[in-house]
Structures are given as C-alpha cells and as structure tokens.
Design a protein around this ligand. Structure first.
Ligand code: ZN
Length: 208
C-alpha cells in the first residue's frame, strides 16, 4: 500500500504504531488518533440486457482513453465516498451510455489487493444486473468512444472485449433477474441514512 508521511488531519509526521496485530502508520498526537489503514476504492459496473427479436444483447461502451483505449467493457466507474452504490452504477451507466436503467441484483464482485489495478488502492469491483428503462445509446465524446448493444456472437467478432465484462454478461444471461443479491429495504439497518443492505432473496414465503 502507498506510504503516507504526514497526518491528513493535523499534518504531524506519522510514526509507527502497533494496532490490530500489525504495525501501522499513525499520528503521534493522542488527541488526533489518526491511523492509516490503507487506501481503498469501490468500483461498480452494470450489465444491461435488451431483449431483441433475435435474442438478448448487452450494453457495452468502448474506452476512448488510456489505459486500454479501444477496449469494450461494461459501463461503470468509481463510487463517490458519499454515494450509495446502486445510485453510483445507475449514474455511471447513464453518463457513459445515455441509457436509463435501475439496479436489479448483484451478479459478481472482484477483490484486487493494493496496487494490482491502476493505482495503489485495494479495490472492490461490484457488478450489478440492471433493468433497462429507456434511452438511446449515446456517446459522451470524452471518456467513451462508442457505445451499443451486442450479442455474444457479435462480441466474438469484436476486438478487445474485456474478459471480465463478457464473463459477467454470461452470468447474467444464465440466471434470472433477482437470483443474485437484491436490496433488502426491511433488514437490520437498511433504513439508516446512507446504508444499503443486499442479500439473497428467500424463495419460500414461509421463510420470510
Ligand atoms: Zn494527526
């Protein structure tokens, strides 16, 4: 993980402190108490399927900028620190593709430990299935070079379709909406401001 030299709260030079079973960088000022646990980020992406007369197609966007300019992937991005994850993925899908869609369930997540993906932070990347509401694919002309709905056969003819994106699309095509983790609005803490709770939906009404 990236090292930190000065306390981000009070600008003291950090020292080493044993906390939670290992040495960590910490602020020497007892009143401050800052401990550097690491750099973390949360990413999200959305699988949006469209049922066409000849079969389903999935929404993909083509990166306009490096790294990986030209590659096709699911629309998505980083969640802001004060933004719920479902709103983040719905916002990213709209910004990158012009398509309005709402979260249905969680298909998959990837955990990558610090530094392996584009920076020092440890990242959790959560892939949602979204319900298509409306809109036409539209290019933002900046981050995104092209956008469209494609079948698996069409993806096989395209260069540089990101493997993780295709993997998640195949998972979505092989399962029914709602089979993954869904938002639970009545579970413990789900009504707290800023909290979201996702869990498997129980199929048996007797177990609810
Ligand atoms: Zn401090």
């Amino acid at each position: 993980m990236a090292t930190m030299t000065f306390c981000p709260r009070c600008a003291n030079r950090l020292t080493e402190k044993h906390d939670g079973g290992r040495d960590r960088q910490a602020c020497p000022d007892e009143n401050c108490g800052f401990i550097h646990f690491g750099d973390f980020s949360i990413g999200c992406a959305g699988v949006v399927l469209r049922e066409d007369t000849d079969g389903p197609r999935a929404l993909l966007v083509q990166r306009g900028q490096n790294p990986f300019a030209g590659s096709w992937q699911l629309p998505g991005g980083y969640a802001e620190h004060d933004e719920s994850l479902s709103l983040a993925v719905e916002r990213e899908v709209m910004e990158e593709s012009g398509i309005e869609a709402t979260v249905n369930d969680v298909i998959a997540f990837r955990h990558s430990v610090g530094g392996s993906i584009g920076g020092p932070s440890t990242n959790v990347y959560i892939v949602f299935r979204l319900n298509l509401i409306g809109g036409e694919p539209k290019i933002d002309g900046d981050e995104i070079a092209d956008v469209g709905f494609f079948s698996l056969d069409e993806m096989s003819q395209m260069e540089a379709v990101q493997g993780l994106s295709r993997w998640a699309i195949e998972k979505a095509l092989g399962t029914a909406p709602g089979q993954g983790l869904t938002a639970d609005s009545v579970g413990p803490g789900a009504d707290r401001p800023g909290w979201q709770l996702f869990g498997l939906d129980l199929p048996d009404p007797m177990l609810r």
